[in-house]
Design a protein around this ligand. Sequence first.
Ligand SMILES: Cc1cc2nc3c(=O)[nH]c(=O)nc-3n(C[C@H](O)[C@H](O)[C@H](O)COP(=O)(O)OP(=O)(O)OC[C@H]3O[C@@H](n4cnc5c(N)ncnc54)[C@H](O)[C@@H]3O)c2cc1C
Length: 401
Amino acid sequence: MSARHEAGTPTIHHVVVLGAGYAGLSAAVQLAARVGRRQDVRVTLVNGQERFTERLRLHMAATRQELAELSIPELLDGTGAQLVCGWVTAVDADARTVRVDDDRVLHYDTLVYGLGGVPDTAAVPGVEDHAYVLSSAQDVEALAVRLARLGRGTVVVAGSGLTGVESAAEIAERYPELDILLLGRQEPGAAMNTKARSYLQGALDRLGVQVRSGVEIAQVLPGAVELAGGERVSADVVLWTSGTRTSPLAAAAGLTVDERGRVVTDTALRSVSHPDVYAVGDAASVRQGYGVMHGTCQGGMPTGVHAAVSIVRVLNGKQPKPFRFGYYHTPVSLGRNDAVVQFTRPDDSPRRAHLTGSLAARYKETVTASPWPTFRRMKKMPASAAFWPRGGRFTRVRAQR
Ligand SMILES: Cc1cc2nc3c(=O)[nH]c(=O)nc-3n(C[C@H](O)[C@H](O)[C@H](O)COP(=O)(O)OP(=O)(O)OC[C@H]3O[C@@H](n4cnc5c(N)ncnc54)[C@H](O)[C@@H]3O)c2cc1C
């Protein structure tokens, strides 16, 4: 571990956290709470906005449901961590610098890389120009305005994964006069057990969502999507929810990344090429016994907490511990009053147990609302966020990297 020395001043170890999403905020708050009284550690968080983007609620924002104003500066108040509000435009992992808005350079001793992911608009021609996405508050506002003004027409939700299902259900419930068509390769709820899946499909049916699975979208055109084989489906609005990609910044920084641009980590969540960089959340490629974790909030927050705890251990001259995480549920909203919660094994395969209906909707809302109170609690009791299922035999990595 290194730190910068300036004549006559104590050595300060500067930790810079990139991205104030679920994972980056977990790391920053956890770290600040643990190093609060130390004069030798400084924590800086860099994020594009001062307001926390609740990605779990973006489909609600798209249907004009008001979300809480969650202020990151307010959350950090009293922790000692500083927010730099700006856009990260480059990282130099060898020089250990971060460039913000092109003109500001931050030096770090340890970096936490948590820039998340964005919808993969490059996967299919035309998405970039003719489809809406659920990515930032600005994207969602544009979609919300369009939907509110549409009156009548067809909305194609492209991608039948869980984001597509939640979005289709939300739009159908809010705008029953619109025709909603959910298109995608897989059956909605494909990873759920038979009963949960059939409940989910029945709910989409009740909401009037038409589903076409087993289809491949070849391109998005103005006013239509074209399927592989040439069939054209008319669409007044296309919402693209299929696939995510990560920022090219990590690869450009010289960090080892996987095929999706995620930072490849060792068992302690450090970059395999640059151990002074920790990667967390959707931007990290984290291997567990069952395979590489996929991007979720349930797994992302623990990565942030673990990275922070590891950084403090290293600062104290100890070795970081391996990160282990097992999935436990897949909660899916179906509008505001209905949902399915599929309980899972640590490898994310479905168990028999599941919840449906209003009980599931309450469960889902509790889960969605929980990150902010968790961050607040962490400020005073950092250890309170250190509990998550470790996954037992499912998460043991046999071949250590
Ligand atoms: C509609 C929807 C519903 C979802 N529902 C669920 C669910 O029910 N359960 C679940 O577990 N997961 C769900 N997810 C997935 C979940 O939102 C992500 O896995 C989670 O947000 C990942 O957290 P993160 O901190 O890694 O990234 P993010 O939450 O994406 O945060 C990244 C942060 O970095 C900032 N940033 C990015 N690039 C830059 C840059 N260059 N400069 C400065 N700042 C930057 C972003 O603005 C953002 O604040 C859902 C996603 C969507 C879109």
